[in-house]
Write a protein of this length. Structure first.
Length: 426
């Protein structure tokens, strides 16, 4: 009996080993998930300069956020990021072909737009069809955000506000100036800009004495410049980097005696100074400049949340990685990733609906400026917080063209680093 009792007790102990609760698990590393962000970029074609700066900024953000440990969600999951991209060759048909590949084959979790309003508009339609959230970088067109899309969010100030500030500046420099000639690329972005400019100019009493569009890829502007009537006081328009740079050079060479030359895209780019004397006095609208006064202190004064790196830290990191100055295209690429990071952090989730809700409520200040999205169903996702900055190439005290870090901000008044000057050939 005793031996049997011991045997029964033994069985009971063995049974407890299999039925007793397990001890608490030892601490393990947090689960890590990697989100794929897909996009096309113009490694070739007419948008190459601006587009590659955009992707440089975005790539810097990916590296920095991952190196800092990613984004930690409420359940302890750590989110890190990877990118998948293709060369769209600056062509809409390639965007049409490649974004479905990114979504269906590469399984991209979120999307960034290509550079340029036309390409971004094509990508936005595809993102909307597949219910993919997209942050648009390098795309200023207003039209994209008036099509009923709910998952497309714009980082740039809209095209309708690109050149109107230049007219405000002209009015301060010479209140009597009234005659404006507009030469512009016939693409979606540039046409939207000048249509809004024309309406604004006429509402302010300006006379549009010439309004001419030109085909993308044009480099010989002599026939168009010859159409500019005598007495012109402002030449405005342009399109993208290559054509705006060529137009500025030929306006200078043809000795057009305007009081202002204000062109799209090219003037804020560091390479614009390659024009030498032809760059002096040219004004360009910029989405961002290194000398802008965005800071945590400015955010506090405005009652806004500050998020992300300082301007100084962004510029330093960009220069360290790429050995060149960042342009506003670089800043736009970086901030597109930064805003997605912030939305995921606020949502505490990678769920698209929750990230969408976070973006809808977003109103903050970053190194790039204020960011706030329109929630009106008629223009959902349109950027309504960010403001344009106007820069002008001026000579330094030794009579040399200054670098981008000293490329002067001349408008608006609150942001300026130097007084604007009339176009030198006047």
């Amino acid at each position: 009996m005793k031996r049997q009792g011991f045997w029964l007790i033994g069985l009971a102990v063995v049974g407890l080993l299999f039925t007793a609760p397990s001890p608490p698990a030892l601490a393990t590393e947090a689960k890590t998930t990697t989100l794929v962000i897909g996009f096309t970029i113009s490694q070739t074609g007419k948008f190459n300069v601006e587009a590659m700066r955009q992707v440089n900024g975005f790539t810097l953000w990916v590296e920095q956020v991952n190196a800092a440990g990613g984004v930690k969600l409420a359940d302890g999951t750590v989110v890190k990021f990877a990118s998948k991209s293709y060369d769209d060759e600056s062509k809409e048909e390639r965007v049409q072909e490649l974004y479905p590949v990114l979504i269906n084959e590469d399984k991209a979790d979120f999307l960034i737009s290509p550079y340029s309003s036309g390409l971004a508009d094509v990508a936005a339609a595809i993102a909307h069809k597949h219910r993919k959230l997209m942050i648009t970088a390098g795309a200023a067109s207003d039209v994209t955000y008036k099509k009923g899309y709910t998952l497309i969010y714009q980082t740039y100030s809209p095209a309708s506000r690109y050149l109107t500030g230049a007219l405000d500046l002209l009015g301060r420099l010479d209140p009597k100036a009234r005659k404006v000639a507009i030469l512009h690329e016939k693409d979606l972005f540039s046409t939207e800009v000048v249509n809004a400019l024309q309406v604004y100019a006429e509402s302010k009493g300006y006379q549009i004495i010439l309004l001419e569009g030109y085909d993308s890829g044009l480099r010989d502007f002599a026939p168009l410049i010859a159409k500019i009537p005598p007495g012109v006081e402002a030449v405005m328009g342009g399109g993208h980097f290559a054509d705006s740079q060529a137009l500025a050079r030929q306006v200078y060479e043809k000795n057009v005696k305007a009081k202002m030359v204000a062109l799209l895209v090219a003037p804020p780019e560091p390479r614009f100074s390659d024009l030498g004397e032809a760059a002096v006095g040219v004004i360009g609208p910029s989405q961002w400049e290194p000398l802008a006064k965005y800071s945590p202190e400015a955010a506090q004064a405005a009652g806004l949340e500050w998020y992300g790196p300082s301007i100084r830290d962004f510029v330093r990191a960009y220069k360290a990685k790429y050995k060149k100055e960042p342009s506003y295209h670089s800043a736009g690429g970086y901030v597109a990733g930064l805003l997605l990071q912030k939305a995921i952090q606020t949502a505490g989730s990678t769920d698209t609906a929750k990230i969408q809700a976070a973006l809808d409520k977003m109103d903050l200040l970053t190194f790039y400026g204020r960011v706030k999205f329109d929630q009106d169903p008629k223009s959902h996702g349109l950027q309504i917080g960010h403001e344009m900055i106007y820069t002008q190439w001026q000579k330094d005290a030794q009579g040399k063209l200054v670098s981008l870090l000293l490329n002067q901000i001349v408008w608006p008044e609150a942001a300026k680093t130097a007084e604007a000057m009339l176009y030198p050939l006047h």
